[in-house]
Design a protein around this ligand. Structure first.
Ligand SMILES: C[S@@+](CC[C@H](N)C(=O)[O-])C[C@H]1O[C@@H](n2cnc3c(N)ncnc32)[C@H](O)[C@@H]1O
Length: 277
């Protein structure tokens, strides 16, 4: 196995980085898990062939136009259409039915990345005839990912995986009814995004912007320390209506979160919860 050697980062350099991000740009990285933050910083430093974090800090201080690219480089944007298909099956069969009769379903994707999770939701809602009732908000700290999400175009090489995940959730159906191919890209039909608003939003430093029947915050909490997970989950639970659904990543736990006592489990394995009545 090839082990990537990344530059050393001292605590003092990391401290200086946090200060610059906070005071210059209003981004608070103090509650991100230090080991993975250092790894990401190390790979940015290596990408540009810099001698260490001090020079990157200087670039962040003196080149404000770089911040947009830096946020894209430092965050992990890994995602998939119908990522963890069994979680989507559980969401559809166990979490959604009580919401069927509502006049409107407001859905918030926190850390939506390049948009595949939002498209999964839009397709699922189309399949069960609920799309027209939905108002979907997709937010992320990363401008560049959000711009990609709004385009809903992906490299064609992803098609087999996305088709396979879709068919795991909807056996016997084909994703092709929702997509076209153009210039080596898999292009999703624009009507899937008709009820979707994309916004840049930092869940650590900014307040939620309303109440929601469903919140998905998947594969983001793992990058936070337990204390920050607790704060963020409290924010999310506060923004859910009573009876609303919270879905986190299948490898994430609400163990550290005081707000978990306001939730009941809908499906333990798939990490789907309902706010208690
Ligand atoms: C690994 S992706 C998860 C994407 C998708 N939710 C999924 O599960 O497939 C994590 C996303 O969280 C975003 N993120 C990181 N810190 C954030 C913050 N403070 N506020 C909002 N989004 C953040 C990253 O930019 C990235 O797009």
């Amino acid at each position: 196995m090839l082990i990537e050697v990344l530059p050393e980062i001292s605590d003092a350099e990391l401290e200086q980085f946090m200060q610059i991000m906070l005071t210059q740009y209003g981004h608070d990285f103090r509650g991100y898990a230090p080991a993975s933050l250092k790894r990401r910083l190390g790979s940015v430093i290596k990408k540009y062939g810099l001698p260490g974090l001090t020079i990157l800090n200087h670039r962040l201080l003196t080149q404000p136009e770089y911040i947009r690219y830096f946020i894209n480089e430092i965050t992990v944007s890994t995602t998939e259409l119908f990522r963890d298909p069994s979680a989507w099956i559980a969401f559809r069969t166990q979490a959604l039915p009580p919401l069927f009769t509502l006049p409107e379903i407001r859905i918030w994707h926190v850390g939506a990345s390049t948009g595949e999770e939002v498209l999964s939701m839009a397709i699922l809602l189309k399949e069960i005839g609920l799309y027209d009732k939905a108002r979907i908000f997709a937010t992320d700290i990363d401008d560049i990912s959000i711009e990609k999400a709004a385009q809903a175009r992906y490299p064609i090489r992803l098609k087999p995986l996305y088709e396979q995940n879709f068919q795991a959730v909807f056996p016997g159906k084909s994703l092709t009814q929702y997509t076209a191919e153009s210039n080596n890209q898999l292009v999703f039909r624009p009507e899937l995004l008709q009820n979707v608003k994309f916004l840049r939003h930092n869940i650590v430093t900014e307040n939620p912007f309303g109440e929601f029947e469903v919140i998905l915050c998947r594969n983001l909490l793992i990058y936070f320390t337990p204390a920050l997970q607790d704060q963020v989950v409290t924010k999310l639970v506060d923004s859910l209506v009573t009876g609303g659904i919270l879905m986190v990543g299948t490898k994430e736990s609400l163990f550290w979160c005081s707000a978990a006592k306001r939730l009941v489990s809908v499906n333990d394995t798939e990490r789907i919860f309902r706010k208690q009545r």
